[in-house]
Design a binder for this molecule. Structure first.
Ligand code: 4NP
Length: 157
């Protein structure tokens, strides 16, 4: 299972989502899972995550300092199984990059794993500093993501 976490700048929300899933991959022994992250804008390409994201990650025992921001590519839409977006604008931007329905079906709002059908966005902490809230929201959604994909892979009964 190859998962790409996507936000606008790839320096706040998607690096945290990437770090959270990295940690859960180890905790749940999901040996065939891979995660990466990207931004729709490319504004911060080549940069490390925002220092506030690195700091809040550290308080949750995650080191995201080695991540490097990059812009999403059309190749990502082919090579990833799921593209998980943080808000409705990221969702629309990624959908606009898609070239066929198979790609469009891979694109989801990450919070829908926690609250199906609510189309809830992860608030952008870049301006308002809500980094801790972002980690807590993403932690819930990513735990549900793992449960839902595991259920698909190993249906009960
Ligand atoms: P992110 O947050 O999309 O969660 O990485 C942002 C980072 C940078 C900017 C906006 C949002 N910016 O305007 O540079």
């Amino acid at each position: 299972m190859k998962i790409l976490m996507v936000c606008l700048g790839n320096i706040c929300r998607s690096p945290l989502a990437h770090g959270i899933l990295d940690k859960k991959i180890v905790e749940h022994s999901l040996t065939d899972w891979e995660v990466d992250s990207a931004g729709t804008s490319g504004w911060h390409s080549g940069e490390a995550p925002d220092s506030r994201a690195i700091q809040v990650a550290k308080t949750h025992n995650m080191d995201i300092s080695q991540q490097v921001s990059r812009k999403i590519t059309k190749q990502d839409l082919k090579s990833y199984d799921l593209i998980l977006t943080m808000d409705s604008s990221n969702y629309q931007d990624v959908m606009n990059l898609c070239e066929n329905d198979m790609q469009r079906e891979k694109v989801k709002l990450v919070m829908n794993y926690a609250y199906p059908g609510k189309n809830m966005s992860v608030p952008d902490p870049y301006y308002d500093n809500r980094f801790e809230e972002v980690v807590e929201m993403l932690d819930i959604a990513i735990e549900e993501l793992i449960a839902s994909v595991a259920a698909e892979y190993h249906p009960v009964g």
